[in-house]
Design a protein around this ligand. Structure first.
Ligand SMILES: *[C@@H]1O[C@H](CO)[C@@H](O)[C@H](O)[C@H]1NC(C)=O
Ligand SMILES: *[C@@H]1O[C@H](CO)[C@@H](O)[C@H](O)[C@H]1NC(C)=O
Ligand SMILES: *[C@@H]1O[C@H](CO)[C@@H](O)[C@H](O)[C@H]1NC(C)=O
Ligand SMILES: *[C@@H]1O[C@H](CO)[C@@H](O)[C@H](O)[C@H]1NC(C)=O
Ligand SMILES: [Zn+2]
Length: 955
């Protein structure tokens, strides 16, 4: 899965009224597809009184299925009813099971489904003659029951089921919900007509909301799927269609589509959609979208097959399915989902329109496509045995995605971008006490949802990249291929991967025979946080002592008995070799080491962690920092330090200062060299690094000094990139221009603001602004935001109209983000209300974006928090308890708080609501409190240092 702003997850969210109505008037298709009304109490209802009930997160409830029964094959028939006002589906599933241990019951998952009929029968050999009514054939059922907390459906049998093969047949109905999970509905409007789509999102635990099943990732089985759909629509699924469509008995305008039997796969990867979409294809690779948007799928179709082919070579294993479909859905909670052979996307992650969408957006599309395609091997072919190893899936997909994009778009340098966009970003997240290990023990669906976060994705990917470099790429790839081949169509744990890599590393002499990959990697996956490596040179002896401790913003002195296994690579001023990333030394989990000869004269620097391939920060003695700074500030020679390491030095020094481990004057002195820097990577680090200071200082008396310093730093870059966006520009030049203009306009650079407002006026005076937008796609975000900040209601309402009318997902997203830039408080307030109002034009998938953009605005931040505090219940009811949206809203609205007063308000909010009311956002609230505490701590301890430096700096 690919996250983005609004990561998915959570529960069935049907609002109570719709739910009861649906339960009472479910249209039920019995075997003969008769219509009947069901008046029995709804077995799928959650505990009465509240719209949902959640387990305490401290609960020790054991939620795993008994191991006595495993599924072998599913034959699934489903019909979604897409008429408005009647969003139900009916289904029948025939599951062939293997009983491995004698048992009195068959336990499987089911949630929010109404079960109409259940039968169990023994599977007999082809040629054995048997009376169908004999007790040996039909197994009598004593009773069935729901275990609502575990989401189990238990079939108790009258007698002991001996080991062997059986078939369970279940007839059921469910609701085609609007909560973007399980089997759900989506819609779009064309020519004033609403068109409905039925689609699925099962990861992690929502297949059980579409059909009863053994909903655990290791319980792989073959799926044969049949979908009944309106005859004017099309159904697609994981596998290609088999044979002709056949009529649905008793339903005039419905047809069955039959799909081929799948390879063995996990339930969370099953997918099917019913829509009136169009498709374009390149042989067996198809892309689907609504007909008004299908031309925007061209780019995805251009790169998709190439990336798929590249991964076949990279993994050394052919893509095992006969086809690939990718579909862009109007409503989609996550960014995309890697269902095997049928990848689902939100429109903005798959569709790209030349001349409308920004270049940055093109990279987003390429990255998400590559990410989902990488999952076809990592996740789909070999699946983590349990969700605790989710990071293996997501870490690999996130790392390999950057390599995949590099193949189709080499000039973008996505492998290098990875360091500044993923690795450095997660180093920041992982420096809090409330972080968690990448391999986290989880059991309940709530907990599983919570680990779809930057730790699993970004840190997972970063430590995999570290392995790629310390084992060296050929060894790493051979080990991976062996691992995938030995576990294909099965599940695996991280230990299986460590074993395959250890074997390969030892065979190729890439690792000391005494050391295993497990020994090294357990320290990175099982422990929270990461180290800062301290290099202390002895300038007389020419040696250096290396030690480590955990890096944290607020508790910098914590020491531990056992630490990390750290690969060390370094270079010195003389050699300045920024190409060798294979470690020359290891710092083991215990003790420190001394490198006797670091090959540097006392007047020369050393730099550790070449290309930032290790997942750690590096601190030096003050003298070495001064040597590095001297080189950086020499305009003729700073390029001797590799580009990625320049980015690393900026990040490490600013973050070390933020954590009180390096004097702020050293870090800020280092940043002065940026006045000469025009390369992309160091700037991509510097913008967020200085952005932190910008946030902290924005309301302080020193802000004018900070502003002029920042404007001084970007002066040269601003001149290099200019205002004009040319079609022929390199991607990274465009990125630089976008960032520098955004920063300049944000800091109130007069020329920048004037220009932005003017260009927006051009758009407003365009005779048909929905068709003719004179603003260059790449500059839209800056121009829209600046113009709305400088403007009033007229500008805002104009942009809102364009938002409603836009046909391109990326354009909608851009406008949505700009709408939060206004300085009119009442407009911001109206905007927040629209975000949680049904039918306002803002889709549920985009609610958290609204909170994010309003909170990014210094005027909007207190407003957004008060809104969340005062409307908590309403927000929860509107969204349903989708974990990621609620958690993100908390993060967005609180993480930039910096005062004691704000901290107090946040804590009061947490206490007044309590775990009960915070529900799935409890953990996010905990984390936010720690982040705000760290901000307050920063103000108390370091503000003065920064102020002093800004008052004295000369440039
Ligand atoms: C179920 O049992 C059959 C027959 O023994 C066997 O061929 C098949 O591999 C088993 N399936 C699973 C998923 O264990
Ligand atoms: C079903 O049987 C398994 C053993 O096969 C047992 O562990 C479990 O408790 C039983 N479930 C119920 C609800 O009786
Ligand atoms: C769509 O419906 C609205 C309101 O019912 C109406 O004003 C408008 O003219 C209709 N547009 C089209 C293209 O039919
Ligand atoms: C190190 O990074 C540079 C870019 O700064 C890149 O050109 C080089 O290939 C990288 N080296 C390795 C071994 O990855
Ligand atoms: Zn993913």
């Amino acid at each position: 899965m690919e996250g983005g702003l609004t990561k998915p997850r959570g529960y069935q969210v049907t609002r109570p009224c719709a739910f009861i109505l649906a339960c009472l008037f479910l249209i039920v298709i019995a075997t003969a597809l008769l219509l009947m009304y069901l008046l029995a109490p709804c077995p799928c209802a959650r505990s009465a009184g509240s719209s949902y009930s959640r387990l305490s997160r401290k609960s020790n409830l054991y939620v795993r299925l008994p191991t006595s029964v495993v599924p072998h094959a599913y034959n699934l028939k489903l019909i979604p009813f897409l008429q408005q006002g009647n969003f139900n589906f009916s289904g029948n599933v025939d599951i062939t099971i293997n009983v491995t241990l004698a048992t009195y019951n068959i336990t499987l998952h089911s949630a929010d489904l109404t079960i109409l009929k259940t039968s169990v029968r023994r599977v007999v050999e082809e040629n054995a003659v048997m009376d169908e009514d004999s007790p040996d054939f039909q197994i009598p059922i004593r009773k069935t029951e729901f275990d609502l907390k575990r989401e189990f459906y238990v079939i108790h049998l009258n007698r002991l089921l001996e080991p062997g093969q059986y078939k369970v047949n279940i007839e059921f109905t469910g609701i085609l919900n609007d909560a973007l999970q399980g089997f759900y509905r989506s819609s779009y409007v064309n020519n004033n007509v609403t068109w409905w789509i039925a689609t699925t999102q099962f990861q992690s635990t929502d297949a059980r909301r579409a059909f009863p099943c053994f909903d655990e990732p290791a319980l792989k089985a073959k799926f044969t799927i049949h979908i009944g759909r309106p005859s004017n629509m099309k159904a697609i699924s994981n596998m290609p269609k088999e044979g002709e469509s056949t009529p649905v008995e008793g339903m005039r305008d419905y047809m069955w589509d039959h799909f081929k039997e799948s390879v063995p796969m996990s339930t969370y990867l099953v997918a099917f959609t019913v829509s009136d979409f169009e498709h374009w294809s390149d042989r067996s690779f198809k892309v689907w979208a609504r007909s008004q948007a299908i031309d925007q799928a061209k780019y995805a179709l251009k790169i998709g097959p190439k990336i798929l082919k590249h991964f076949e070579e990279y993994f050394g294993i052919a893509y095992p399915l006969p086809k690939m479909d990718m579909i862009a859905l109007p409503d989609f909670a996550a960014g995309a989902m890697e269902n095997w052979g049928l990848i689902t996307y939100r429109e903005s992650t798959m569709l790209f329109q030349d001349g409308v969408s920004a270049s940055r957006h093109k990279q987003r599309v390429a990255s998400v496509v590559a990410h989902e395609l990488a999952h076809q091997w990592f996740g789909n072919l070999v699946t983590p045995s349990w969700w605790s190893d989710l990071w293996l899936n997501e870490g690999f997909a996130t790392y390999i995605e950057s390599l995949g994009v590099e193949v189709v778009e080499p000039s973008w340098r996505t492998g290098d971008q990875f360091v500044v966009r993923e690795l450095q970003n997660v180093l920041e997240q992982d420096a809090y006490k409330s972080s968690h290990p990448v391999s986290a023990p989880v059991s309940h669906p709530n907990e599983i949802d919570e680990i779809f976060d930057s730790i699993s994705y970004g840190k997972g990917a970063s430590i995999i990249r570290m392995m790629d470099h310390f084992l060296t790429t050929p060894v790493f790839k051979r080990g991976l291929t062996n691992y995938l081949n030995s576990r294909k169509f099965q599940s695996a744990t991280q230990d299986d991967l460590w074993q395959a890599l250890t074997d390969q590393a030892h065979a190729d002499n890439a690792l000391d025979p005494e050391i295993t990959v497990k020994q090294i990697m357990d320290t990175w996956t099982l422990k929270t946080g990461f180290p800062v490596v301290t290099v202390t040179r002895d300038y007389d002896r020419g040696s250096a002592t290396i030690s480590q401790k955990r890096f944290q913003y607020m508790y910098p002195t914590e020491t531990r008995a056992s630490n990390w296994w750290i690969p060390l690579s370094y270079t010195s001023q003389d050699r300045a070799d920024f190409t060798t990333t294979k470690p020359s030394h290891w710092l083991k989990a215990q003790g420190e080491i001394t490198i006797e000869n670091v090959n540097a004269y006392p007047s020369q620097w050393v730099i550790f962690n070449i290309n930032e391939t290790g997942f750690y920060r590096v601190n030096y003695d003050e003298r070495n920092w001064q040597l590095i700074i001297a080189q950086l500030r020499d305009p003729d020679r700073f390029l001797n330090i590799g580009e990625l390491n320049r980015a690393q030095l900026i990040d490490d020094s600013l973050q070390l200062a933020r954590a009180g481990q390096l004097n702020y004057s050293v870090a800020l002195n280092l940043t002065t060299y940026l006045a000469e820097e025009v390369s992309y990577l160091p700037w991509e680090t510097a913008f967020p690094g200085l952005g932190f200071l910008n946030t902290m200082l924005k309301k302080m008396p020193i802000y004018d000094k900070f502003k002029s310093y920042y404007l001084h730093l970007i002066f040269k870059l601003y001149q290099e990139t200019g205002f004009i966006d040319r079609h022929t520009d390199e991607q990274l030049l465009i990125y630089k221009r976008v960032e520098v203009l955004r920063t300049a306009c944000d800091l109130g650079h007069e020329d920048c603001v004037k220009n932005a407002v003017l260009q927006f006026q051009h758009w407003r005076s365009s005779p048909n602004p929905d068709k003719n937008n004179p603003v260059s796609p790449n500059l839209k975000s800056t121009i829209y935001c600046t113009a709305l900040r400088e403007g009033g209601q007229a500008e805002w309402d104009f942009a809102w109209e364009r938002y409603l009318n836009a046909n391109v997902g990326s354009e909608k997203q851009l406008i949505l983000q700009a709408l939060g830039c206004t300085r009119e408080t009442w407009i911001l307030s109206r905007y927040l209300h629209r975000a949680i109002t049904e039918g306002s034009g803002i889709r549920k998938q985009d609610t958290s974006t609204v909170f994010s953009t309003v909170s990014n605005n210094i005027i909007g931040r207190p407003l957004a928090f008060e809104f969340v505090r005062d409307n908590w219940q309403k927000i929860k009811e509107f969204l349903g308890p989708t974990v990621f949206t609620l958690s993100n809203i908390i993060r967005f609205t609180t993480n930039d708080m910096i005062t004691e007063y704000e901290l107090k308000q946040l804590k009061e909010f947490a206490i007044s609501k309590g775990e009960e009311e915070l529900g799935s956002a409890t953990k996010a609230v905990d984390q936010s409190i720690e982040i705000v505490e760290a901000n307050v701590h920063w103000m108390t301890n370091y503000y003065k240092d920064v102020e002093r430096w800004l008052l004295t700096v000369k440039y």
